[in-house]
Design a protein around this ligand. Structure first.
Ligand code: ADP
Ligand code: ADP
Length: 220
């Protein structure tokens, strides 16, 4: 009998560690990480019209409108590498996106396996923001204090010169946290009501969070 695909959502505020943990679980399970933020950043880098439209919202720390975001993610999930599932990092972020995701998965003959809600106190999120650094080549995420590269400010994997995202500056981070509270946090009860929510303590060292996540995923 064919294996049932695994579709998991990483739900949490900016800086909760969604991307870090989704990347690790992706390596462990061999299914792709689908990060809406990364898809937008790729579109900006490639100067597509979608990228141009999204950039203004991202620079302000606001959400990109649902109609742009949903189409982009639906196209990504329809690709062959998602046949065994995907780890959704940063999508959905609004109730309409969540409702649309149900339809997208239904069309693919799949359904949601679970939602990992990564909990981290607000003051810790703000502290993490200032030290986040990204590799421009492979997109890997580091932290100057909590997850530093082996040498200076270059990527361990490919030697790329790490950079700070424009939207990680303090003003924009504050706006992104407010947007999370207002537009994304209602998804916690949305998924809890459907019995899909699994809470993860994200305020622990990265390896310990990863262990908790593996335990939860094995029990699904
Ligand atoms: P973080 O993980 O730090 O929250 P992301 O890389 O997920 O950041 O997102 C960066 C920006 O991309 C968001 O602030 C928003 O402008 C846009 N974005 C990403 N995902 C979505 C989404 N699902 N809906 C709307 N906008 C999104
Ligand atoms: P998100 O995708 O939720 O915005 P990231 O995975 O990009 O979050 O993590 C935000 C920043 O915090 C990064 O610099 C990352 O290296 C760091 N980080 C992630 N998880 C932890 C953790 N458990 N403890 C300390 N720092 C962390």
């Amino acid at each position: 009998m064919p294996k049932k695909p695994i579709f998991l959502i990483f739900l949490g505020p900016p800086m909760s560690g969604k991307g870090t943990q989704a990347a690790r679980l992706s390596r462990l399970l061999g299914i792709p990480q689908v990060s809406s933020g990364d898809l937008f950043r790729d579109n900006i880098k490639n100067q597509t019209s979608l990228g141009r439209e999204a950039k203004a919202y991202m620079d302000r720390g606001d959400l990109v409108p649902d109609e742009i975001t949903i189409g982009m993610v639906a196209e990504r999930l329809s690709r062959p590498d998602c046949a065994d599932g995907a780890l959704l990092d940063g999508f959905p972020r609004t109730i309409p996106q969540a409702e649309e995701l149900d339809r997208i998965l239904e069309e693919l003959g799949a359904s949601l396996s679970g939602v990992l809600a990564v909990n981290v106190p607000e003051e810790v999120l703000v502290e993490r923001a200032s030290g986040r650094r990204i590799c421009p080549v492979c997109g890997r995420t580091y932290h100057l204090t909590f997850n530093p590269p082996e040498q200076g400010s270059i990527c361990d994997v490919d030697g790329g010169e790490l950079y700070q995202r424009d939207d990680d500056l303090p003003e924009t981070v504050r706006q992104r946290l407010a947007v999370y509270q207002e537009q994304t946090s209602p998804l916690v009860s949305f998924y809890r009501d459907r019995g899909l929510l699994r809470e993860i303590n994200g305020d622990q060292p990265i390896d310990d969070v990863a262990k908790d996540i593996s335990g939860v995923v094995m029990s699904l």
